[in-house]
Design a protein around this ligand. Structure first.
Ligand SMILES: Nc1ncnc2c1ncn2[C@@H]1O[C@H](COP(=O)(O)OP(=O)(O)OP(=O)(O)O)[C@@H](O)[C@H]1O
Length: 730
């Protein structure tokens, strides 16, 4: 049974990485005991499993078999305080937020441990002088390696833990400071019940520990006081003893536990118990009293945890959110990414897409006259009504004038058809318009005789157009403009010939639109989809990158060991980003409204709400990517991989991609696919946005609230998968 004097006990600890069928054994039925009020030096070659063992002690990892007890309870049990307030952990890597100052870092950990700011201040003052911390306002990234290590050490000590676990704390520190740290550890373990487990590559400094565990290939070869170890091997240094022991075990990577010398293998606390490491007062405590005390202490901790849960949770969320904002605000690229990129992207969109094409080169050939200069003759009469007869001549000039009025078309005049055709073939012009020799006369006959005109006149009253149709959007636009010009040409003739206006009209009348206007800008139509997708993926990339950095830097793990739950971490991030998303959405809507004069017939607030919800959804998607991806590269691949199918399949993006020549209308999709894509994050939400903007509908309309419901459903799906993934990872 674990005595109250025992802080840490590992029995038959077995742990492997990799698969069950091909395990890489890191802890091989290891036994270990650490007493309260003592320093335990854990020594061993690189890769022997020290960090893995420590991570099992702080509840970061679990053993595959065997038992770990910290203060008599399994790490991770509710109310155990491990991970959490009872343990101070300094990992091997720095695991601090580079953008935070020394002071902010210490306060971050203090708040996470549930300390009041006054208490943090007091402790901080002491630690500053003890560890010679750098100036309090200095950013961590501006500190030297040794300074960062000292700050990291201070973070592990800030809350007066009962168990201090230090993974190579003295690497990179000068001898004087190393000595000071050891003095501090010896003093603190003597004066209170602090237990310290320390790993170090400076084997000789471990002489100052009360107990040493020599580890190799996942087992403790020996566990004893430094003096006993040196005595047993008849050497003068711990290093020599370790060398002899290692040589005895040979170079084999696998150590057969059963073959270890009994005294070494058992490596029990009883051996280290012999050391006078505990104050006489502590020694005198009876085991019964110890037991009661331990139970009381556990109960007390449980009660305390319950009482302080609200206070600590609030403090932690606050600490995490402050950290997030500091991190973001001190990374100029982050601010640019979140606030400036949307504006830059939108500006590019509004300047590049949906604008009316200009300067379209079209060739003009008219066989009505030999030189185009004829059209500039002020005496030229193209239409003259006389005795109820309307005479037309050279009216190709009239058509050319109509084209000129259109602004979009750059007319290139040719004297013959061959030249125009050659240039069109060379793609110097987009096509040509050809007016036959007796066009005006034939047109006159057609107007006069209608269906009695002969076939030749009907054929000659026709303007021939030949276009390069490879750029479909441009050629469709040109076609429309050429028809429009002909309509205007006809109206002028009908007007000047005093004929009824309806003669020139098609018998179809497009009346005032129900919604929108006849000249609805293409941009106005596409903009909601662009904005929705843009904010979604900016949020995705930003979140994935923040979370992966946090995990790679070790801050995530360190915060978990400090007692923060994954749920708290997620909520803090979600709150932070939600605030950013609301700012971003407001900024985007105000920007497009003011700068690009985009109208909104519905509620702006509802639009901001929809956009924020959409980017929140994108953020959760980023979170999901970060949970399942190990590196930035993997995350970027996943985000990009998801981006294209989503936008290609979503209704409105087909149009943008159509413009750049990649896509076909949604109506061309197989019916089953159309039914699927409506459940994609942007499809119905974009419809909602357009219905708010164009039709002024509110949340009571199904075509508005359906978009909200789909986004909410995705938020729930992403969040659930995030929780599952995070729990699985931890
Ligand atoms: N997540 C992991 N997945 C697979 N193997 C791992 C993982 N973490 C550690 N290992 C392997 O387990 C072994 C023990 O690693 P560990 O970090 O515990 O050693 P260590 O004694 O702390 O080394 P060092 O002194 O260099 O820090 C090493 O061979 C390492 O490569």
């Amino acid at each position: 049974m674990t005595s109250s004097a025992t802080a840490v006990e590992v029995r038959n600890g077995y742990k492997y990485y990799g698969s069950k069928s091909n395990p890489k054994i890191v802890l091989n039925y290891l036994n270990m005991s650490v007493l309260r009020g003592s320093i335990y030096g854990l020594l061993g070659a690189s890769g022997c499993g020290k960090t893995t063992l420590l991570s099992c002690l702080v509840g970061q990892r679990r053993l595959n078999t065997g038992d770990v007890r910290v203060f008599g309870v399994k790490p991770g049990m509710p109310g155990s305080g491990v991970p959490g307030i009872r343990v101070g952990y300094m990992p091997q890597e720095i695991a601090l937020v580079e953008e935070m100052s020394v002071r902010e870092t210490i306060y971050y950990f203090g708040r996470i441990y549930g300390m009041t700011d006054e208490r943090i201040y007091e402790k901080f003052k002491n630690l500053c002088s003890l560890l010679q911390l750098p100036p309090t306002g200095q950013l961590i990234k501006k500190c030297s390696g040794g300074q960062q290590r000292r700050v990291s050490f201070a973070c592990a000590l800030i809350h007066d833990p009962e168990l201090l676990i230090l993974d190579e704390p003295t690497v990179g520190l000068d001898p004087e400071l190393r000595e000071k740290i050891w003095e501090f550890l010896i003093e603190t373990t003597r004066s209170n019940k602090l237990a310290v487990i320390i790993t170090t590559h400076y084997i000789e400094e471990a002489r100052q520990a009360n107990c040493i565990g020599l580890m190799r290939n996942g087992v403790l070869l020996a566990e004893d006081t430094p003096e006993n170890i040196m005595r047993r091997f008849e050497v003068n240094s711990v290093e020599e003893a370790f060398l002899i022991l290692s040589q005895r075990q040979g170079d084999s990577d696998v150590i057969d536990v059963a073959q270890l010398p009994r005294a070494d293998y058992q490596a029990t606390s009883a051996i280290c118990d012999g050391v006078e490491v505990i104050d006489s007062a502590i020694e005198k405590e009876s085991s019964i009293k110890d037991q009661l005390e331990m139970e009381d202490s556990n109960k007390e901790h449980k009660m305390k945890d319950l009482r302080e849960w609200l206070f600590i949770t609030r403090g932690r969320i606050k600490a995490l959110m402050i950290k997030n904002f500091v991190q973001l605000s001190r990374q100029p690229s982050g601010v640019v990414f979140m606030l400036l990129f949307p504006l830059i992207d939108l500006t590019c969109f509004y300047l590049a897409i949906g604008r009316t094409p200009q300067d379209l080169k079209v060739g003009l050939v008219s066989e009505e006259f030999s030189k185009w200069e004829t059209c500039h003759d002020p005496q030229l009469r193209m239409v003259s009504a006389f005795n109820e007869t309307c005479y037309l001549s050279n009216t190709s000039c009239l058509y050319v004038k109509e084209l000129e009025a259109m602004n979009h078309i750059n007319r290139i005049f040719y004297d013959n058809l061959e030249d125009a055709y050659r240039d069109a073939k060379e793609a110097d012009i987009l096509g040509y318009v050809y007016v036959p020799h007796n066009f005006s006369q034939s047109m006159q006959i057609l107007i006069e005789y209608g269906r009695n005109a002969d076939d030749e006149d009907i054929a000659n009253a026709e303007i021939a157009v030949r276009l390069d149709m490879t750029d479909r959007q441009v050629s469709l636009f040109l076609e429309q403009k050429l028809r429009e010009a002909f309509g205007n040409y006809l109206k002028t003739i009908i007007n000047e010939c005093n004929l009824p206006a309806s003669v020139g009209n098609l018998p179809i009348n497009f009346q005032k639109p129900i919604y929108g206007s006849e000249d609805t800008e293409f941009q106005q139509f596409v903009a909601p989809g662009v904005i929705m997708t843009m904010v979604f993926f900016l949020a995705t990339l930003m979140t994935a990158s923040v979370f992966i950095s946090e995990r790679l830097d070790g801050i995530w793990d360190r915060s978990l060991v400090a007692g923060v739950s994954t749920t708290q971490m997620l909520w803090a991030h979600l709150f932070t980003q939600l605030i950013i998303m609301i700012i971003q959405s407001t900024e985007v809507i105000v920007f497009v409204g003011l700068v690009f004069d985009t109208y909104n017939r519905g509620s702006t607030l509802l639009l901001i709400f929809l956009l924020s919800l959409n980017s929140f959804c994108g953020m959760l998607f980023g979170l999901l990517i970060s949970v399942w991806c190990k590196s930035h590269t993997e995350a970027n691949f996943s985000a990009t991989g998801a981006f294209y199918p989503m936008i290609i399949l979503c209704e409105y993006f087909k149009i943008i991609l159509y413009i750049i020549g990649l896509l076909w209308p949604l109506e061309g999709m197989p019916t089953y696919l159309r039914k699927i894509v409506v459940f994609f994050p942007f499809t119905l939400s974009t419809t909602s946005a357009r219905n708010i903007i164009e039709k002024g509908w509110d949340l009571t309309h199904p075509d508005v609230y359906n978009g909200f419901l789909v986004i909410l459903a995705w938020i729930i799906i992403f969040f659930s998968f995030c929780m599952i993934g995070t729990k699985r990872n931890t």
